[in-house]
Design a protein around this ligand. Structure first.
Ligand SMILES: [Zn+2]
Ligand SMILES: [Zn+2]
Length: 127
């Protein structure tokens, strides 16, 4: 997934939908931010930021999403894989936004030139 050059093609628009969905899935239910140093509750598999769930375990002793009792931090585990997915995903989103902001600028800046467009497509196919 990480190796090889990244390409952004016209299909990226379709993938954006799932990125949006993923982003909501990767949100912490306590602070509503994208998970920061994610920890997963072993028994129910809900994930939260390390800091958020540590406070919840200390204060409430249960999972804030499903109220599963959590007696101690030993019932949590670090989600290194989720952490990696988030970092990759955010990289991709930033890259996607960069490329598309540029494209929008170009479109607004000049009238559509079909020959230029064909040259660009050709260049992309040659990459
Ligand atoms: Zn959080
Ligand atoms: Zn839970």
């Amino acid at each position: 997934m990480v190796c090889g050059p990244r390409t952004i093609d016209e299909e990226a628009g379709e993938e954006l939908v799932s990125i949006k969905l993923l982003k909501t899935q990767l949100r912490c239910a306590i602070c509503y931010e994208i998970l920061n140093d994610p920890y997963t509750v072993k028994s129910c598999l809900h994930s939260f930021c390390n800091r958020c769930i540590t406070n919840q375990v200390r204060n409430l002793g249960m999972c804030p999403s499903c109220r599963m009792p959590i007696g101690s931090k030993r019932l949590l585990r670090a989600s290194k894989n989720v952490d990696q997915i988030i970092k990759l995903l955010l990289d991709d989103i930033n890259l996607y936004n960069e490329v598309h902001a540029k494209k929008r600028e170009e479109k607004l800046g000049k009238l559509f030139d079909i020959n230029q467009f064909r040259r660009e497509i050709k260049q992309q196919l040659q990459r």
